[in-house]
Design a protein around this ligand. Structure first.
Ligand SMILES: Nc1ncnc2c1ncn2[C@@H]1O[C@H](COP(=O)(O)OP(=O)(O)OP(=O)(O)O)[C@@H](O)[C@H]1O
Ligand SMILES: [Mg+2]
Length: 337
């Protein structure tokens, strides 16, 4: 097991609006997280719309820089990587986004996506070998090469386009994949196929996958561990079965217990229909529990103390004073996957 990607106490404040009406949004508030290789882990990051999931994912990919804290890859701050190390980081940490169409250049055939990857990272020494690798990757996600290669992006369905992106990831064999709502634009019947392809991928190549979603149902299906995010903070994390079946944080309890899903075949409601007003104008590290105004268990201390995580069992941590009897987790050990 090698420690690869570390978020070291990272926060992100967005400033938007004009001179007169500037708004500050604390999108991510002091998240510390370690992702290792060789653990073969799928970690779900779940929370309502606006809780900061995408911002955290983009920072981990190096697409957004933290306002405070740093991201390190193989021990080095990614903002300061040299050319060679940056290339390694780019190859080993891959993204799958919600809208696959945005990734494609409409003027190039699907093959281009693979050819660029093969050329850039010198994955094959001959054309035949390249062709073989591409076909293998396409088949791995349940598609047929003859039905996809040679076509333009608009000639494929949304689900096929998304699976091609998963196939590209398969070809590159990264150590870590950050998948931000990879199936939310795909219809229900294809969702399972794509998630299955991701699971297969992670089983065969031991990559760790951070699966960002607001759908607890798919999180429960595919993930081993889950982190629950609320207004920029991770509030609870641990084994997915334990967290969902016996939620500890009052917010997680609210998510999984009190809301009956509209579709009886599903157990939990899709969190995209729930949105919390963003956390504005605050300074990083203010320390209060951000759920305090909605929590029936809240006490005065929840507003003033800088809450640590408490380790409530072997595989779980919860950021709530209700568990103050349990042992606090030192911040550098938080969320080790
Ligand atoms: N570029 C930006 N400029 C200003 N505010 C932003 C920017 N990007 C995100 N935000 C704000 O930061 C907060 C977190 O946004 P983020 O996209 O990370 O949430 P999310 O959990 O991914 O939500 P969703 O489930 O809807 O995708 C939101 O309040 C959002 O409005
Ligand atoms: Mg998002």
């Amino acid at each position: 097991m090698t420690l690869l990607l570390e978020a070291r106490n990272i926060s992100k404040v967005f400033t938007s609006g004009g001179f007169t009406q500037q708004q500050r949004t604390l999108a991510v508030d002091r998240v510390t997280l370690n992702l290792s290789s060789g653990t073969g882990n799928i970690i779900a990051l779940a929370g309502e719309s606006g809780s900061g999931k995408t911002t955290l994912g983009r920072m981990l990919l190096g697409l957004e820089s933290p306002t405070q804290g740093e991201i390190a890859y193989r021990g080095n701050n990614i903002a300061k990587l040299g050319r060679r190390d940056r290339k390694i980081f780019r190859r080993e940490v891959q993204a799958i986004f919600q809208d696959p169409f945005a990734v494609y250049n409409p003027f190039y055939k699907i093959d281009h996506v693979f050819n660029v990857a093969i050329g850039k990272y010198k994955l094959a020494s001959s054309k035949d070998e390249a062709r073989h690798l591409v076909e293998q990757a396409i088949q791995a996600v349940g598609l047929r090469p003859e039905e996809t290669l040679g076509r333009f992006p608009h000639q494929l369905s949304g689900g096929q386009r998304q699976r091609i992106i998963v196939a590209r990831v398969f070809l590159l064999k990264p150590k870590i994949v950050i998948a931000d709502e990879p199936v939310s634009m795909v219809d229900a019947s294809l969702r399972a196929t794509i998630l299955e392809a991701l699971r297969e991928l992670h089983k065969t190549s031991e990559m760790s996958i951070l699966y960002i979603t607001h759908d607890l149902n798919t999180a429960y299906q595919v993930a081993d561990n889950i982190m629950i995010m609320y207004r920029g903070n991770i509030v609870e994390a641990g084994d997915v079965e334990q967290v969902i079946n016996q939620p500890e944080h009052p917010y997680t309890q609210l998510l999984v217990k009190s809301i009956p899903p509209p579709d009886p075949a599903k157990k939990w409601i899709n969190l995209s229909s729930m949105a919390t007003p963003p956390f504005r104008g605050t300074t990083i590290g203010q320390g209060m529990c951000k759920f305090v105004d909605r929590c029936s268990m809240a006490v005065e201390e929840c507003k003033t103390s800088d809450l640590p995580f408490y380790r409530t069992s072997d595989k779980r941590i919860t950021r709530c004073l209700l568990y103050g009897e349990s042992s606090p987790v030192p911040s550098d050990a938080v969320l080790d996957y």
